[in-house]
Design a protein around this ligand. Structure first.
Ligand SMILES: Cc1cc2nc3c(=O)[nH]c(=O)nc-3n(C[C@H](O)[C@H](O)[C@H](O)COP(=O)(O)O)c2cc1C
Length: 159
């Protein structure tokens, strides 16, 4: 089986997305999938330059904004507008339905800009509602098994 290399990019304010990313990495990282987890701090659009498979794991703040540590990366994508046709990605979006108008907008914003630049999303966005009483890391670990299976299918179709 081909080894999948996955880069997990984390946007967080108070560490929940980081915890989710750690659990996801523990779940996925085995002989068949190699996971590299990176906080978004200090990153720009260049992180996508070589293409590949990415998982964006981010929360939402302010008026439906990306968290502070994700702002530079998000703005860089919007201004540099690189061709991302060699990028495939998934999104884990953390939010709270109390913010009805902007629920999970941080993740949705990344999805929109990546798609606009030609990247291909695999699967649906995972949405977590902090007001639902469920643990985001548990929901994410359940979700990511199906997501990685979809990624493998795509890889075998394009190989
Ligand atoms: C000040 C503040 C603003 C927030 N704004 C939103 C929002 O606009 N939309 C949303 O869905 N969630 C919003 N949230 C909820 C967070 O995204 C959610 O609690 C998330 O799990 C936090 O993850 P983090 O610890 O990784 O930053 C907000 C939370 C706080 C404290």
């Amino acid at each position: 089986m081909q080894v999948l290399q996955l880069t997990l990019l984390v946007g967080t304010m108070t560490g929940t997305a980081q915890l989710v990313a750690q659990e996801v990495e523990l779940t996925l990282d085995d002989g068949d999938t190699r996971v590299r987890t990176q906080p978004m701090d200090g990153l720009d659009a260049g992180v996508f330059a070589d293409g590949g498979l990415f998982l964006i794991c981010t929360s939402t703040y302010g008026q439906g904004d990306v968290p502070d540590n994700a702002k530079q990366l998000y703005e860089s994508l919007r201004s540099a507008r690189p061709d991302l046709s060699k990028v495939s990605y998934g999104v884990i979006a953390l939010g709270d339905r109390t913010y009805a108008e902007t629920f999970c907008n941080g993740g949705k914003r990344f999805d929109a800009v990546l798609a606009e630049l030609g990247a291909r999303r695999i699967g649906d966005i995972m949405l977590h509602d902090a007001s639902a009483g469920t643990m985001p890391e548990e929901i994410a670990v359940e979700w990511v098994g199906g997501w990685i299976a979809l990624c493998r299918k795509e890889v075998s179709l394009t190989a």
